[in-house]
Design a protein around this ligand. Structure first.
Ligand code: FAD
Length: 503
């Protein structure tokens, strides 16, 4: 046992959240905390001067958070023969990543090459760069690093872990972007990616600790991080884990009303889709001296039926507001939600027809509409009946369909700049009602190119790394956060090797 006087804890207050996800593998699971129930830390960041630190586990790498970034960060250290524990505060693994829509922006993966899509990440970068710049991302060098690493990440998931993706030729043939990858069963099926990843990590020796929330860093007498205190999310019992490297992969802070209020007040009155993204990693790192960047940068919004927001990437749809006005491009999953809030429109309808409902994403459409039958209107044989069903003046909706028809004929959407699926919407018509929600955040901890946590002076805080949405450098979503995890995992494995060589 370690001598108590050597350690102190640097941490944040108790936060408990719940949500759905992957069940942990039984193999490699960490025993439940040994210590008796202890009082939880008081609310708010604090340093404990005389803590009762007693390590019950000793690992090379402790990954905190089991979303796509955390699981991806575990890959390289495990493959290098290191011991890795993945701690997750929820009972189920997977985080927001597991329940996300599953649209991944990647170019140059082997899957794409096999499907005859030859564009490399370097070749696609100019377009992606512009999209990132338009979205307000400023560190475009790091964004490029993530984007060009994403195909390697996909290849590794497929080759080493058996992750299952849809053949991209299927949706490209139907007219969708060649830069999109989807899980095997299409929208909403992150299970096909994350379950094999979890099982592969487990078979390589990863220990999964669920229901344990990281509540404080443990630092030694010199102030260097040497582990983490985890608390049982139900009882508050403490488990101290000694680790040579800690990787924070705790996600964003969209679910934390206080943090959104303090940093992105323009979004505080918008409902939130997520439950687990409480910003605990940001608070823990900040209290350790880590720098937080871009916390005030607003992230885009989405639909409260998030899969439906992505339908426009895979088939012809129209979005109209309560008065029947078209108000956003339909091939951008964030555009309708963002414009709905900016224009104070309240809600919107996504109108679709036969081509979408019988196309490649039929599974998603059937699932979402069945689950939300009360929000679905249709079928309607013509625009007049559709207008009647939505309580919209038929002249207004007819004008929208006429204008859209002209754009289809011209092959050009002058009104909103939509480029994908500028095609006729064929009856029978349906419409699904949606509301805007926040679901992710932009700001987070400052890291260097290897994901090491940096302080305000730009110096690395020893032994602490961060990846995914907890970091300010995280640019988009699943693929870039997976690539971020891969980069950090490799850096950790290298640093551990260097440390061993120096002994
Ligand atoms: C509804 C929805 C749809 C989306 N659709 C897409 C999409 O189609 N394409 C795309 O690219 N992106 C999409 N995203 C965004 C994408 O899901 C995120 O960018 C990505 O999942 C973030 O991954 P992460 O690993 O950083 O965080 P997460 O997946 O959120 O994982 C963080 C994990 O850390 C755990 N954790 C937090 N605090 C602690 C603590 N103190 N101790 C222990 N564990 C902790 C959390 O419980 C969670 O499991 C979507 C997001 C949502 C919510």
């Amino acid at each position: 046992m370690e001598r108590r006087a050597f350690f102190k804890l640097v941490g944040a207050g108790a936060v408990v959240a719940a949500g759905g996800g992957l069940a942990a593998c039984s193999s490699g699971a960490v025993p439940s905390p040994l210590a008796p129930a202890a009082p939880t830390e008081e609310e708010g960041p604090r340093v404990f001067e005389s803590p009762d630190v007693s390590f019950s586990s000793d690992v090379d790498v402790l990954v905190v958070g089991s979303g796509i970034a955390g699981l991806s960060a575990a890959m390289a250290p495990l493959e290098a023969g290191r011991s890795v524990m993945i701690a997750e505060k929820l009972e189920l693994l997977g985080g927001e990543s597991y329940s996300s829509t599953g649209v991944m922006h990647v170019s140059g993966s082997a899957l794409q090459k096999q499907a005859g899509i030859e564009t490399t990440a370097e070749q696609a970068w100019d377009t992606r760069r512009q999209e990132f710049a338009d979205a307000g991302i400023t560190d475009l060098d790091f964004a490029k690093r993530l984007f060009v690493t994403a195909p390697e990440w996909v290849d590794q998931l497929v080759d080493e872990y058996g992750a299952q993706f849809e053949n991209p030729a299927d949706h490209v043939k139907a007219g969708a972007s060649e830069r999109i990858l989807l899980p095997k069963r299409g929208l909403g099926d992150m299970e096909s990616i994350m379950t094999p990843l979890r099982d592969g990590l487990s078979s390589k020796g990863a220990a999964f600790a669920t229901g344990l929330r990281a509540s404080a860093f443990v630092v030694d007498a010199s102030g260097t991080v040497c582990g983490m205190r985890l608390r049982d999310a139900k009882t508050g019992a403490a488990t101290d884990v000694r680790a040579r490297a800690v990787v924070m992969a705790t996600g964003g802070f969209a679910s934390s009303q206080p943090l959104v209020h303090a940093n992105v007040p323009a979004q505080e009155r918008i409902g939130c889709y997520t439950t687990a993204s409480m910003g605990e990693g940001q608070l823990l790192c900040a209290h350790l001296g880590g720098q937080l960047d871009d916390m005030g940068k607003a992230a885009p919004l989405t639909s409260d039926l998030p899969e439906a927001a992505a339908w426009g990437l895979f088939g012809p749809v129209l979005v109209v507001d309560a008065l029947g006005r078209r108000f956003a491009r339909e091939d951008d999953p964030n555009a309708a939600a963002d414009a709905c809030v900016v224009g104070d429109r309240g809600y919107w309808w996504t109108i679709f027809g036969k081509k979408l409902s019988s196309g490649a994403q039929a599974r998603s459409i059937a699932q979402v509409t069945t689950k939300n039958a009360k929000r679905l209107a249709g079928p309607f044989d013509d625009v007049e009946a559709l207008a009647g069903g939505l309580g919209i003046a038929s002249d207004a909706l007819k004008a929208v369909f006429d204008g859209y028809g002209e754009a289809v004929d011209a092959g050009k959407d002058d009104a909103f700049g939509r480029t994908a699926f500028l095609q006729e919407i064929e009856p029978p018509y349906y419409a699904l009602k949606q509301l805007p929600v926040r679901y992710k955040t932009r700001g987070g901890v400052r890291t260097d190119a290897d994901g090491r946590l940096l302080n305000a002076a730009g110096s690395a805080i020893a032994n602490v790394y961060a990846c995914g949405s907890v970091a300010a450098g995280s640019v988009e979503g699943l693929a870039t956060n997976g690539a971020f995890g891969l980069i950090v995992g490799r850096a950790v494995a290298k640093a551990l090797d260097a440390g061993d060589a120096g002994k």
